[in-house]
Design a protein around this ligand. Structure first.
Ligand SMILES: [Zn+2]
Length: 245
């Protein structure tokens, strides 16, 4: 089973052959899109949430590592030791330094709406629970990330809806003097991350090899989870807690 889940191309090929007139879960026509993103029974069983959380967990892990790195690399305040550097040196060090948002503070906190319900940081009262919040109390910066795992990763409509959902909340944060960022990102359920994922990681400060390694992790998580959703056609075959891996 694991072997089967590993090969994206063979999965896609098999999925193409997999349309069934009657999807056992609900009795409707089992198009791939129906099975993967539109079935109300699958939705009610928590299949899509489970898959979404698989991808979210990968992203959380990636950003947690970045957050910890930044904390340990953060220089101490240096007002007592001003160093004069030659122009060329300065240019070199500037270009090597990460310019991402995460590098701009050393006290980032990360909250993810996974095991515990996310509690929005104490900036403004709200019941909204974005998938992920990164915030730096010291520098008053806050980043909201909302992940979707849709059928079609290129469609921008879902992204805009997610962006608008949190805009009012972030406006309130800005009124409290906070600097805000809003990143709705998409990883297609067939394992294709949208440009929004690459852009968000860059903006946060993941570059080069780190970013190139991060994106496929999310893609694989989506693809693998979709593979499980597809294979478990039988309504009683779904036990997300035991299938946690
Ligand atoms: Zn259905």
């Amino acid at each position: 089973m694991d072997q089967f889940c590993k090969n994206i191309e063979s999965n896609l090929h098999r999925w193409d052959l997999a349309e069934t007139p009657d999807y056992p879960l609900c009795g409707q026509r089992g198009t791939l899109q129906h099975i993967h993103t539109s079935c109300n029974v699958a939705l009610a069983q928590g299949r899509y949430t489970w898959r979404h959380n698989k991808v979210l967990r990968e992203l959380a892990d990636i950003l947690e590592k970045e957050r910890k790195n930044t904390r340990s690399n953060q220089p101490r305040p240096t007002h007592t030791q001003i160093r004069f550097v030659r122009e060329r040196e300065r240019r070199t060090s500037r270009s090597e330094k990460s310019t991402g948002i995460i590098s701009q503070a050393g006290d980032w906190r990360l909250a993810v709406d996974l095991n515990q319900r996310l509690k929005f940081p104490d900036i403004v009262p709200t019941n909204l629970r974005p998938d992920m919040v990164l915030w730096s109390p010291g520098s008053k910066k806050i980043i909201i990330i909302e992940l979707t795992v849709p059928w079609e990763e290129r469609c921008s409509e879902a992204n805009e809806r997610k962006r608008i959902k949190y805009e009012a909340l972030l406006l309130e944060c800005r009124e409290q003097g906070w600097q805000t960022w809003n990143y709705p990102v998409k990883v297609g359920c067939r394992g294709f991350p949208a440009q929004s994922v690459w852009r968000m990681l860059s903006a946060l400060g993941l570059a080069g090899r780190t970013r190139r390694a991060a994106v496929p992790r999310m893609a694989k998580a989506a693809e693998r989870a979709s593979c499980w959703v597809w294979m478990r056609k039988d309504p009683s075959s779904w036990t997300p807690t035991t299938d946690a891996q």
